[in-house]
Design a protein around this ligand. Structure first.
Ligand code: PLP
Length: 344
């Protein structure tokens, strides 16, 4: 499969903006090329447009070569750029699992690209043939998310595998929650499937939602296209510096993950004791989807008590479901204590 043939024609033909920092890449002692203020170091300088140092560290941890890595202002930037790279407005379409992360649809609408949701089965699992049935020769991207948000489960690997061998377009698998999962990442499949894009983020297990750093792993040709159309300095200096620091301590992330998973098990046990809980769905993530008697009433009651969860009641297959993020032991206890006080 030729990635270059999937790209929108205008993107394939365009010349990217060449910024000062990418025209001259070496080390110099005097920088008079970018109209920066010479004072206020280090913030006066434009950041590295390709985040080379940062990618080297990510490369070590993820065991993926630097040329397979794109960094975005959150995964959300990568999601939007993929539409802009591959989907001609009003002509192409994308297929996605439903329910799933809301940004796939929002970005489709922003880019005027038809969005074709395909319902998961009753176990929130994916069926490859259904996604194929929903696609046609104008389908450019299939969106998958595993572990999935808001359902919490991982998608069936053999179904993903089928899709990768059947579908002649881009397959994105969003692994925002992979660090919490016992299932394997699909990063190892990048070399096997040039149309595969794996999204990860610093926002969840890495505890850095505030710095906005998302990662896309893919074939170097896809990475090249994303680099061509991104804003030159999409990852600011502060973010690059802070991420470099965070990456020095991956053990911290492992500790957090272990703690959060332990708390998740405790939270599930406590929730199971509550009468208002009808079903707790299996979770490979740092949140739990819970079916309750009356999601709207419980959501409002929790808010009145200063506790915010996510009401997912209006999403397909999620009637009367709330999504609960696992917090600190104190926060989880506050949630359970408050739920115990809820009476219809
Ligand atoms: C939280 C989340 C993200 C993270 O997005 P960022 O822009 O990197 O913060 C991505 N995908 C899914 C499914 C998520 O739930």
């Amino acid at each position: 499969m030729k990635i270059n043939e999937l790209v929108r024609e205008n993107i394939r033909n365009m010349q990217p903006y060449s910024c000062a920092r990418s025209e001259f890449k070496g080390e110099a002692s005097v920088y008079l090329d970018a109209n920066e203020n010479p004072y206020n170091s280090p913030f006066n300088r434009y950041p590295d447009p390709l985040q080379t140092e940062l990618k080297k560290e990510i490369s070590k941890i993820k065991k993926v070569p630097v040329e397979n890595i794109f960094l975005g202002n959150g995964s959300d930037e990568a999601i939007d750029l993929l539409y802009r790279a591959f989907c001609e407005p009003k002509i192409h379409n994308v297929v996605a699992i439903e329910p799933s992360y809301g940004m796939y649809k929002v970005c489709a609408e922003i880019n005027n690209v038809e969005y074709r949701p395909v319902l998961l089965d009753e176990n929130f699992d994916v069926e490859a043939y259904k996604l194929m049935d929903a696609s046609n020769d104008k389908t450019k991207i299939i969106w998958l998310c595993s572990p999935n948000n808001p359902t919490g489960n991982s998608l069936n690997f053999s179904e993903i595998n089928k899709l990768l061998s059947w579908f002649r377009g881009i397959v994105v698998i969003d692994e925002a929650y992979i660090d919490f999962s016992t299932k394997k990442s699909l990063l190892n499949y990048l070399t096997l499937f040039p149309q595969l894009i794996v999204l990860q983020t610093m926002s969840k297990a890495w505890g850095n939602a505030g710095i906005r750093l998302g990662m896309a792993f893919a074939d170097p040709e896809i990475i090249g296209i994303l680099n061509k159309i991104k804003y030159p300095y999409n990852i600011n200096y502060l973010t690059q510096q802070h991420a470099l620091q965070a990456l020095q301590n991956p053990m911290q992330v492992e500790k957090w993950v272990a703690l959060i998973l332990e708390e998740k098990e405790k939270l599930i046990k406590e929730l199971q004791k509550l009468k208002l809980v009808e079903k707790i769905y299996p979770s490979d993530a740092n949140f739990i989807l819970v079916k309750v008697e009356n999601a709207n009433a419980i959501y409002r009651f929790l808010i009145q008590n200063g506790i915010v969860v996510r009401n997912r009641s209006n999403m397909p297959l999620c009637n009367n479901c709330i999504r609960i993020t696992v917090g600190t032991p104190e926060e989880n206890k506050a949630l359970i204590d408050t739920l115990k006080k809820f009476h219809v």
